[in-house]
Every structure is written in structure tokens, then in C-alpha cells.
Ligand binder design. Structure first.
Ligand code: GDP
Length: 391
């Protein structure tokens, strides 16, 4: 599936950059065009793969290239004012060659948090291609303002896109690591999952023929209907086919064909379980998911229709959904991976918790503002009101 990616803000830009790197490394062909938008010049300059011409600095008259300082209302305002500059970069994209737009942003900050929903609204008005969002939730330790930003942006972003795929930094936080190296690993996780998902719909003529290929229309149909999505992933190393035939590390090399098939099937079903019940990009209850898509990637001799069919059935039972699609994505890599896209999830305690913390933060901010005004008046005014200001 070919995407036009728009990274808004620092996190958005870095993740788009990472997608370009992934695309070059794996030849997956999913990034047809990449644009980075920001109010901070330094963040745009730090990118390595997004072409210079596709880096759009907005709000120069307002913030002079210094960013919006986690003020997402300002981020949204600037995006609206300068939407023509964003459109200018999108005008260079051959939109007839893309299957969808993907807008990526960290929701806890200012530029991306405020700007991404504005761009989504704009694109939906102009183009018929679906507009998806990839929203990154902040870690719980980032503080009240980030949580409040994220909760407000989440509400708006979901409304403006055709589907919001969510990645929760909080669920992926690793202790004892610097933030930068932590993000490096997290971004790798994001790109791997989404790379396999979107790459599945992009199997070219030269690739191994998939037994039951995932078409980009199946990804689009799974995401259609809107709402919030989460993604599961699990992988297992295997040996590539060699002259001796099918030799999986796990069969010990001694198995005949029937045994190989059974192993292949069992490995697939176990990877589907691990993907759906393991750590999701947004942790949630999978029961009640509206639609799902299973993608199995790996060397084609390690993929089979029976395994995928069983995995798909199991997902139907677990989610209670009647709309579970599945297929394979043959790649020349020594691992078999399962990616499960759960679309239209509604039982997400993490979002409720985020909203609760955001409301508390909002109330606190209001209280502090009121108090500080009174406190400042008390400080500046003399007790008996005997002094007159100059003017
Ligand atoms: P903006 O530039 O004003 O849009 O804000 P940032 O993108 O710098 O930060 C917004 C939020 O994104 C932060 O609160 C973090 O939760 C998250 N974030 C920042 N950088 C990264 C990154 O490289 N990867 C991930 N996964 N999250 C990030």
C-alpha cells in the first residue's frame, strides 16, 4: 500500500524519517512521498531522510522558527493560518499514485498535537483518498500538560481522520534508558509493525507469490468505519530455505513434509496468539473489536494457508468480530512475523485514565491561574492602597 506520509512536529518528523529509512532498507515501497511540517526550525534540520524541499517550516511570523512550546492551541492556530504552505508541499505529491494519507504526530506536544488534526481536516476536504492518523500518546511521567494536550488532541484527531491508529509511549517506556535511545527503539517498533502491515498490500511482481495475498483494499476496508486502532506483533526466527529443502530451526531438520506443515501451521497460530494477547501499540481489551486484519510475513515456505486460516478463526472468536481478514506477505528475511490490526476498539482503559488525568490537570491549571492572579495582586498592591501607579 502506497502512502503519502506527513509527519507533524518533532515526533512526527522523526518517525516519518524512520519510515523512509525502513523503506530504503527493506524495499517495501510503502512511502510514496514524505513531508515534515514543524514550527521549530531545528527539528526540521535534524531530519536525515525527508528531502529538504519537503520540510515545511510554518508560523515563522508568530514563533520565528522556535516552536510553540507545548501550546497545542497555538499549534492548531498556526497550522490553520499556514495551511497553504503545507498544501504547497502536498501539491508536489503525485496523489493519484497513493492509496492513502498517513499523518503522524506526538499528541502530547504542541505543533503536532495541534496541527495534525487541522491537516487531517484539510486533506479530507480536498482529496478522496482515505486520511489516517498515527497518534503517539505521551508517557505517564511526562506530566499534566502533556496528558492534557494528548487528551484534547486525541478527541479532535479521531474526529477528523478516517481511522486513528494509536501508539502509547507509556506502554513501551523502558526504565534506565535515556529518552533519546528509548525513542530510537520505540520508533523502530513503530516502523516495524506499520511497515509489515502496509507493506503487505504492496507485494510486487518480482516477489514470491503469496498464497493468499493481502491487498491494499483489505487494509482500507479494515480501517474503514473510523474509530481507533491498535496493532499487535510477534515474530520468531527461522532458517531460510537452503539446498537441503525446508529446514526450520524448530523442526531440528529431521521432519518430513507433513511434520513441516504441522510445524508451520502451529508456529503461525501461536504467533497470532502472541501478537493479539501480547503488548499492543495501544493496550486494550480485544473483545468487541469491530474489524481485524491478520498479516503473516516471512519466507514463503514458512507460510501456509491453513495456519493463517486458523489464526484468523481464532481472532474471530477472541474479538467477537465477523469481519476478520487475513493473508500472507512473503519476504526474504529469516523470521516469521504476525501483525494483527485491531480496528474499532472501544474498551480502552488507558484512554479513560488519560482523560481523567487530563481533567485533573485542567482543573489544577485553572486553580493555579486564579490563585496566582490574586497572589500577584497581593504582592504588587500596597496594603492600604496608598501608592499610585505611574500611568
Ligand atoms: P511537537 O514538536 O511540539 O509536536 O512535540 P514533540 O513531537 O516534540 O513531542 C510530543 C510528544 O511526542 C512527547 O510528549 C513525547 O511523548 C512524544 N515524542 C517525542 N519524540 C518522540 C519520538 O522520537 N518517538 C516517540 N515515539 N515519541 C516521541
Amino acid at each position: 500500500m502506497k502512502l503519502a506520509m506527513i509527519g507533524f512536529g518533532q515526533a512526527g518528523g522523526k518517525i516519518v524519517d524512520k519510515f523512509l529509512e525502513y523503506d530504503q532498507r527493506t524495499q517495501s515501497g510503502i512511502v510514496r512521498a514524505a513531508v515534515a511540517v514543524n514550527t521549530a526550525r531545528a527539528d526540521l534540520m535534524g531530519l536525515q531522510h525527508v528531502p529538504e524541499d519537503n520540510r515545511v517550516l510554518i508560523g515563522q511570523s508568530r514563533v520565528k522558527g522556535h516552536g510553540v512550546g507545548a501550546d497545542n492551541e497555538l499549534g492548531a492556530e498556526i497550522a490553520e493560518e499556514d495551511i497553504d504552505e503545507v498544501q504547497g508541499a502536498i501539491d508536489n505529491i503525485p496523489v493519484h499514485e497513493v492509496d492513502a494519507f498517513l499523518i503522524i504526530a506526538g499528541m502530547g506536544g504542541g505543533s503536532g498535537s495541534g496541527g495534525a488534526p487541522v491537516v487531517a481536516k484539510h486533506l479530507k476536504r480536498i482529496y478522496t483518498e482515505p486520511v489516517y492518523g498515527l497518534g503517539i500518546l505521551p508517557g505517564g511521567d511526562e506530566g499534566g500538560i502533556y496528558t492534557l494536550n494528548a487528551a484534547r488532541s486525541f478527541q479532535t484527531f479521531v474526529r477528523e481522520v478516517d481511522n486513528l491508529m494509536v501508539f502509547d509511549n507509556d506502554a513501551w517506556r523502558q526504565s534506565g534508558e535515556s529518552m533519546e535511545s528509548g525513542y530510537e527503539e520505540i520508533n523502530e517498533e513503530i516502523v516495524t509493525r506499520f511497515g509489515i502491515l502496509f507493506g503487505a498490500g504492496e507485494v510486487g511482481g518480482g516477489d514470491d507469490v503469496a498464497e493468499s495475498v493481502v491487498d491494499s483494499s483489505e487494509i482500507i476496508n479494515t480501517l474503514a468505519g473510523g474509530g481507533v486502532s491498535t496493532i499487535g506483533y510477534a515474530a520468531e526466527e527461522v532458517e531460510m530455505q537452503n539446498s537441503g529443502g525446508l529446514l526450520s530451526r524448530f523442526t531440528g531438520g529431521g521432519g518430513g513434509r507433513a511434520e513441516d506443515t504441522a510445524h508451520t501451521t502451529n508456529r503461525i497460530t501461536s504467533l497470532v496468539r502472541k501478537a493479539a494477547l501480547g503488548r499492543l501499540t495501544l493496550p486494550c481489551e480485544i473483545q468487541g473489536t469491530e474489524r481485524a486484519l491478520l498479516v503473516m510475513s516471512g519466507p514463503s515456505h514458512h507460510l501456509n494457508r491453513k495456519g493463517i486460516e486458523r489464526g484468523r478463526k481464532w481472532l474471530e472468536e477472541q474479538t467477537g468480530s465477523m469481519e476478520v481478514r487475513g493473508g500472507d506477505y512473503p519476504v526474504n528475511e529469516p523470521s516469521v512475523a504476525s501483525v494483527v490490526l485491531l480496528s474499532g476498539v472501544t474498551n480502552v482503559p488507558r484512554i479513560k485514565e488519560l482523560q481523567q488525568v487530563a481533567i485533573e490537570a485542567q482543573d489544577n491549571i485553572d486553580d493555579i491561574q486564579q490563585e496566582s492572579q490574586t497572589n500577584l495582586e497581593n504582592l504588587v498592591e500596597d496594603d492600604e492602597d496608598e501608592l499610585d501607579p505611574l500611568f
